[in-house]
Design a binder for this molecule. Structure first.
Ligand code: ADP
Length: 162
């Protein structure tokens, strides 16, 4: 039984992330989507909100679990028995950072392997930052995110947070 982990900020989850989640869930017995509670970044959504949105999006995929963590990703992977890290690669611009991360994680925990999934071409331009930017300028974000995430973004708009 192979447990994989898909770590990220997911602030908020996009259709690009969901594409990776669906594909990775077919490759491994179990997939833990791990939401980083990163104190160095100021997210738009709290970690609880991000987890809740992801759970709603993934409720139809039985082998996917959503959890939050802080600290080192490899420590969380070890604690949960995950041996594979899944990351999405959008473009060459992602490559350098992702390679550095993969090598660091492997140095910290030699049992861990990173698997890169090439982003589907239709989502290769998409990022959580772009979604927040579009929401800020009152653009329709329904093609980028699921209806529950769109509703959450609209609520943030009403409060003037985005
Ligand atoms: P991080 O802060 O770790 O970059 P993100 O939530 O931005 O967290 O991304 C998590 C993972 O999802 C990363 O591997 C990233 O490359 C991937 N990813 C981000 N956007 C997309 C997308 N549109 N399509 C596929 N993968 C994506």
């Amino acid at each position: 039984m192979t447990t994989a982990m898909y770590p990220g900020s997911f602030d908020p989850v996009t259709r690009g992330h969901l594409d990776i989640i669906k594909r990775a869930s077919r490759m491994f017995d179990k997939l833990i989507v791990a939401v980083l509670n990163n104190s160095a970044k100021t997210p738009l959504f709290t970690v609880e909100e991000r987890v809740e949105m992801l759970r709603e999006c993934c409720k139809g995929i039985p082998n996917v679990e959503v959890a939050s963590f802080d600290g080192l990703t490899v420590s969380f992977a070890k604690a949960r028995g995950a041996t594979v890290m899944v990351r999405g690669l959008r473009a060459v611009t992602d490559f350098e950072n992702e390679m550095q991360l993969a090598h660091t994680n492997h140095a910290l925990l030699p049992g861990i392997e990173t698997v890169f999934l090439a982003t589907s071409i239709s989502w290769s331009y998409l990022s959580s930052t772009i979604v927040k930017e579009a929401a800020h300028y009152r653009q329709d974000v329904s093609k980028f995110v699921t209806p529950n995430v769109e509703a959450a973004l609209l609520a943030k708009q009403r409060h003037g947070d985005v």
